[in-house]
Design a protein around this ligand. Structure first.
Ligand code: ZN
Length: 57
């Protein structure tokens, strides 16, 4: 079942990234630790809360 294997791999990878950033950041809006780092247009780093969707930099 190639589809299920790809789906599970993507999910595990995403979870690993979330856990790595969660130790350092928390959302200023809802307080969740599920925060992802996102590269901005000019090389800066922004943060996006995966729980409530709030983004900041
Ligand atoms: Zn949030």
């Amino acid at each position: 079942m190639p589809a299920s294997i790809l789906g599970e791999g993507g999910h595990l990878s995403e979870a690993a990234v979330t856990r790595d950033t969660a130790t350092r950041l928390s959302c200023p809006s809802c307080g969740s630790a599920f925060v992802a780092q996102v590269l901005g247009d000019n090389g800066g780093i922004s943060y996006v809360c995966t729980a409530c969707g709030h983004s900041w930099s």
